[in-house]
Write a protein that binds this ligand. Structure first.
Ligand SMILES: [Zn+2]
Length: 195
């Protein structure tokens, strides 16, 4: 799997734009579905350990991309999210999401970029027989690429990402916070609590 340098720079920018996880989809080249040309954020409610896409966000995203003339295999197979901690390993919830959200697709990729730069990429293959495999990722500097656009990326971040971590921690007593503190090291484990 490859990223265009611009998509990669945008992912790093968005990862570091706030304290929470952020998530979105990679948009692939029509000629190479494992070449991520673009990264798009969806409206989402985030904490340091969770990302939940807003209601209707996925349907709206599909409509927008189909209007651009893209096919689902180009815009809805590569799920990308960040981990604010140093581990890029998928959480149990990440694995469940792959199963429930992408189980019907011929194939899908889960890509995770952690704060320290470590990455995890898994290709899930559902055709004929089900299989999962780790795949390598690289950034492709051999093709022409666009530059950075921090203003536009920040705007996309501001429009789409709602940081809910402050809200739920505000609701807790200090001793409860202490009790839940170690969950920060365990991505997604508070998803149900948060819901
Ligand atoms: Zn995750």
């Amino acid at each position: 799997m490859k990223f265009s340098p611009t998509a990669w720079a945008k992912l790093i920018y968005l990862r570091d734009a706030g304290p929470t996880e952020v998530g979105g989809f990679g948009i692939s080249s029509a000629d190479d579905l494992l070449y991520v040309e673009e990264l798009v954020l969806l409206p989402q409610i985030c904490t340091a350990v969770t990302v939940s896409f807003a209601e209707d966000a996925i349907a709206d995203y599909f409509d927008q991309q189909i209007d651009r003339g893209l096919k689902p295999e180009q815009f809805a197979r590569i799920w990308i999210h960040t981990h604010p901690g140093e581990s890029p390993e998928p959480s149990p919830t990440d694995l469940d999401t792959m199963e429930t959200s992408f189980g019907e697709c011929d194939w899908a990729v889960m890509f995770i970029l952690a704060r320290e730069g470590k990455r995890y990429a898994e290709l899930r293959w559902n055709r004929m027989q089900h299989s999962r495999m780790r795949i390598k990722t690289s950034i492709d500097y051999q093709q022409p690429f666009a530059g950075t656009d921090y203003a536009a990326w920040q705007e996309e971040y501001d429009e789409n990402v709602v940081d809910q971590s402050q809200k739920w921690t505000d609701l807790m007593e200090p001793d409860e916070l202490w009790e839940y503190g170690d969950l920060f090291d365990n991505p997604h484990s508070i998803l149900e609590f948060n819901a």
